[in-house]
Design a protein around this ligand. Structure first.
Ligand SMILES: NC(=O)c1ccc[n+]([C@@H]2O[C@H](COP(=O)([O-])OP(=O)(O)OC[C@H]3O[C@@H](n4cnc5c(N)ncnc54)[C@H](O)[C@@H]3O)[C@@H](O)[C@H]2O)c1
Length: 238
């Protein structure tokens, strides 16, 4: 596969290592200092773009890839207000777009566990639920995209919660997501159900970025043979 990396930061560099190990070619590494090379003409020389940049530039970058008619693997978080538009473009213009708030297989297992736990917890009285996430200090968005996915899955399965809020819940129907920024932590997510007498919590803790990077390369391979709007549910057959 001929790959264009859009965003050559911590994730871009990790993806490059894994892609090369899997015998793919990195044709372009687009970053903030060579935006003049980020043209439709250049994108057309590649089979797929993997985009891990920053929330503010992500959507515009996707539009450029769509103009070149190449599939996009999107890892950037914090731009999701534009997601309905992307889905529509996949439908109307036969574009291929793979989005995951988190590409790690372990986190996607955790998503499953989270839904099952929420389903169990809704049949007992007396528990309240909250979410916390901790990441490195350079992370631009809060809460993390992964925490938002976890929160949305709790809300769809645990009927005591109707919406999520940043930091502190004002009433019982709100699900609080607390964000912490510390050192170089790649990502820790915890869901905690607490009653007067005990608490149950599940935590996923990433040891490095390798798991995210491998998932992104597997997703890129998947877009060569699968079309339309794709997610980890399509890639992983749990
Ligand atoms: N989905 C996942 O599994 C997952 C995992 C880790 C990180 N992320 C997300 O991926 C994004 C990148 O994370 P990171 O840790 O690599 O960040 P980073 O800050 O290390 O790297 C981002 C890179 O994008 C570049 N950039 C900025 N504007 C650009 C533009 N217009 N065009 C091209 N490049 C541009 C920056 O110069 C930088 O090198 C963040 O949104 C982060 O939350 C997602």
């Amino acid at each position: 596969m001929k790959i264009a990396l859009i965003g050559y930061g911590k994730m871009g560099k990790e993806i490059e290592k894994i892609a090369l190990k899997r015998k793919h070619e990195i044709i372009f590494k687009f970053d903030i200092n060579n935006t003049n090379e980020f043209t439709v003409e250049n994108l057309k020389k590649t089979d797929v773009a993997i985009e891990f940049s920053q929330p503010i530039s992500a959507y515009e970058n996707y539009m450029n890839c769509f103009k070149a008619n190449i599939p996009v693997v999107s890892g950037t978080t914090g731009w999701l207000d534009k997601l309905p538009d992307i889905k529509q473009q996949c439908k109307d213009n036969n574009q291929t777009f793979f989005y995951a708030s988190n590409f790690s297989v372990g986190v996607n297992l955790f998503f499953k566990l989270n839904k099952q736990l929420a389903n169990l917890m809704k049949i007992v009285e007396g528990y309240d639920v909250s979410i916390s996430e901790t990441h490195h200090t350079e992370k631009k968005d809060a809460p993390s995209g992964t925490a938002i996915t976890i929160a949305e899955d709790v809300i769809s399965n645990f009927d005591k919660k109707q919406s999520w809020v940043k930091e502190n819940a004002v009433n019982n129907t709100e699900l609080a997501i607390r964000s912490f920024r510390e050192g170089k932590i790649p990502g820790i997510h915890t869901v905690k159900y607490e009653s007067d007498v005990d608490y149950i919590e599940i935590t996923h803790s990433a040891k490095s970025r390798k798991g995210f990077a491998l998932g992104a390369v597997l997703a890129a391979e998947f877009t060569i043979i699968n079309k339309g709007f794709l997610t980890m549910n399509d890639l992983l057959d749990f």
